[in-house]
Design a protein around this ligand. Structure first.
Ligand SMILES: Cc1cc2nc3c(=O)[nH]c(=O)nc-3n(C[C@H](O)[C@H](O)[C@H](O)COP(=O)(O)OP(=O)(O)OC[C@H]3O[C@@H](n4cnc5c(N)ncnc54)[C@H](O)[C@@H]3O)c2cc1C
Ligand code: FES
Length: 255
């Protein structure tokens, strides 16, 4: 783990939802696995004071990409940053997604919102059978070149029906469950808490194994502030160090 200032190489809008931040760092790109994240300090003036967590979206050599959407003040500030501007980054942090699976299992990734970047990273790195992505509308669909290295069958749902299936991403999951045997599936999910709750409920009802990356705001990122605690079956766990990825069978609740 390292904490260093980097210089932005590029920071541009890629569609109606996401921006892509690009920078280089030898140490931040070393031994990174999908599901891990960086804590970004936006200004040396410490305004905003707290860092913001962002998943690794793509790592090639020392080149690192982060895909983000504007949610509030911090991400709005990030979107205004220009080529050459400095950012302080701490990473890689957190427990990543499981990559090795039992023979015969089909890997299904289910993503929405800020959960899309880590799951696209995973789908670029290892064989994945299905990547299900839920968005609000067509203008939030990632440009084709962003998924060029993903070998999985990619299926979209949009809330307004402007692209792919109409409705939440769980519509796609329900369709998939009509064709696939539940015991052959392994689900990995990241996105809004209600989405992951619905995925978890569907999986639990059918005994499907899987993992979820919990999206908790993180102040320190290193287990010190106890601001990101989640309830597991064995007690409270710091999402930044013991997660953000948890197995379904470890979890008591989401959010
Ligand atoms: C492990 C992890 C990885 C993440 N990876 C990415 C990523 O790759 N791309 C990306 O765009 N975002 C990602 N996020 C979410 C990102 O950290 C938040 O969007 C960001 O911190 C919001 O900061 P802000 O100052 O813009 O918003 P704030 O002003 O802090 O909040 C604005 C609004 O968003 C809500 N909010 C704040 N943080 C979160 C959150 N984590 N989840 C849901 N709602 C929140 C607040 O309650 C408030 O309503 C990740 C979060 C975690 C925990
Ligand atoms: S963010 Fe501080 S303990 Fe997790």
């Amino acid at each position: 783990m390292t904490d260093e200032w980097v210089k932005i190489i590029n920071n541009e809008k890629v569609n109606g939802k996401y921006y892509k931040l690009v920078f280089h760092s030898e140490s931040l790109s070393e031994k990174v696995s999908p599901g891990q994240f960086v804590q970004i300090l936006l200004n040396a003036s410490l305004d905003p004071f707290l860092r913001r967590p962002f998943s690794y979206y793509r790592v090639r050599g020392s080149r690192i990409e982060i895909l983000y959407e504007i949610l509030g003040r911090g991400t709005a500030l990030l979107a205004k940053k220009k080529k050459g501007d400095p950012l302080k980054m701490m990473g890689p942090l957190g427990r990543p997604f499981t990559q090795s699976l039992k023979a015969g299992k089909n890997r299904v990734l289910i993503a929405g919102g800020v959960g899309v970047p880590p799951l696209v990273f995973l789908a670029e790195k290892i064989p994945v059978d299905f990547l299900l992505i839920g968005t609000k509308s067509k203008d939030e669909i990632l440009p084709k070149k962003e998924l060029a290295r993903v070998k999985a069958e990619v299926l979209y749902s949009t809330n307004d029906g402007s692209y792919g299936a109409k409705g939440y991403v769980t519509v796609l999951l329900r369709e998939l469950l009509k064709k696939e045997r539940p015991e052959n599936l392994f689900i990995q999910t990241c996105g809004p808490a209600p989405m992951m709750q619905a995925v978890f409920n569907a999986a639990r009802a059918r005994g499907i194994e899987g993992e979820a990356s919990i999206d908790k705001p993180m102040a320190c990122g290193v287990g010190a502030c106890l601001g990101c605690m989640v309830k597991t079956k064995t007690g409270w766990a710091a999402s930044c160090t013991e997660g953000p990825v948890f197995r379904f069978d470890e979890m008591r609740e989401w959010g």
